[in-house]
Design a protein around this ligand. Structure first.
Ligand code: FES
Ligand code: FE
Length: 370
């Protein structure tokens, strides 16, 4: 999006976000992030950007593979290449072939019997497939891929919504998903109504790397527009239980109290690190199992578009570090808890620690200072 100012060692330094790879983005490297829908990963390799690093993702015989999208020979984008039946990726320039562990197994220009240099390899990242999504971790994972317990529950039907890419920070995108005050105003008639904007009481608690909160609220029945609710009447009561897995994934169970149907939203954000991010969302349900899926996807797409216009307008692009920089009222409890937790995990002090650790490691250190 024209906001990347420089690339050092293959990792972008993003001017608009104001943090280098070894700082804030470095800390986020130790978490799993989505990089593609599984359905997108066909016979050809994909190119994507995660935390400022351009990645090639391809399908190997035992699962997806993610690596820097850069051939060690001449820096060509490996995502322009092709994948063979053994799951090896060939560079489009000179045809060097890399196996799913990143080792170069063929250099067609070498005479028979000549060894392939050990440095001819791509450093693959941790990569896995869960819930019909491909996830990558660029560092050492501090947590598992966030839980989506209904995924394997046969009483649920899952609808993958169209991924959306917004010009905003992942924190703004996550906060929007969990902002109660806007539901009836911005999404009038869909998730609430303008005649009922007072946010019901709720509490937020922190458990390790998760925030948990519940809220029971009145919701409209949008059936005239979208057949997506387990409601007969014009309004109903919904009990919502959220798990926000830090930093960027939300699992929401919405139960329609009168009839017991449950709608589950699983929402994960891919931080591109270039001033944009992508949202992956499932609308899952354990009612209307024989009904059409399309209204659920269209419903989510409309909500996302209403949100996009507002969220992309927010300044600054990043959520401010200081709580006092924006106003918080009692119904903004989740945002306050999220900002506190994010600051504790990824704030300036932690960035300094990470940078000091990286500097120590680069100097071959590990001893103590006196
Ligand atoms: Fe990739 Fe030469 S640039 S094989
Ligand atoms: Fe919204």
């Amino acid at each position: 999006m024209g906001e990347t100012s420089a690339v050092r060692g293959g990792v972008a330094v993003v001017a608009s976000l104001g943090f280098p790879e070894s700082g804030k983005q470095g800390l986020f490297r130790d978490f799993w992030h989505p990089v593609a829908w599984s359905s997108e990963l066909g016979p050809a390799p994909l190119s994507t950007v995660l935390l400022g690093e351009r990645l090639v993702v391809w399908r190997g015989p035992s699962g997806p593979v993610a690596a820097p999208d850069r051939c060690p020979h001449r820096g060509t984008a490996l995502s322009l290449g092709s994948v063979d039946a053994e799951g090896c990726l060939s560079c489009p320039y000179h045809g060097w072939r890399f196996d799913p562990e990143g080792r170069c197994v063929e250099v067609p220009q070498l005479r028979a019997g000549m060894p392939i240099p050990a440095r001819a390899q791509v450093p693959v990242h941790r990569c896995t497939e869960r819930y019909g999504m491909v996830w990558a971790c660029l560092g050492m994972p501090r947590a598992s891929v966030p839980a989506f317990p209904e995924w394997d529950d046969p009483s649920f039907r899952h609808v993958a919504c169209e991924r959306y890419r917004w010009k905003t920070s992942p924190e703004r995108m996550v906060e929007n998903f969990t902002d109660f005050g806007h539901l009836g105003y911005l999404h009038d008639g869909l998730l609430g109504t303008r005649d009922d904007l007072v946010v019901p009481d709720h509490r937020v608690r922190r458990e390790g790397l998760s925030l948990l909160y519940e809220m029971t609220m009145e919701v409209p029945n949008p059936k005239g527009l979208f057949a997506v609710a387990d409601l007969d009447s014009a309004r109903g009561t919904q009990r919502n239980s959220y798990v926000l897995s830090l930093p960027y994934t939300i699992h929401l169970v919405s139960e329609y109290v009168a009839r017991g149907g449950r709608r589950v939203l699983f929402f994960a954000v891919q931080p591109h690190g270039d001033g944009t991010c992508s949202g992956y969302c499932y609308q899952s349900r354990d009612f209307d199992l024989g009904g059409a899926d399309e209204p659920y996807a269209r419903f989510q797409a409309l909500l996302a578009e209403q949100d996009r216009v507002v969220v992309e307008s927010q300044e600054p692009l990043e959520v401010p570090n200081q709580l006092g920089a924006e106003l918080h009222l009692p119904f903004d409890k989740v945002a306050v808890a999220y900002r506190r937790a994010m600051s504790e995990l990824f704030g300036p002090d932690r960035q300094d620690e990470a940078e000091a650790g990286a500097a120590l490691a680069a100097a071959g250190g590990g001893g103590t200072c006196s």
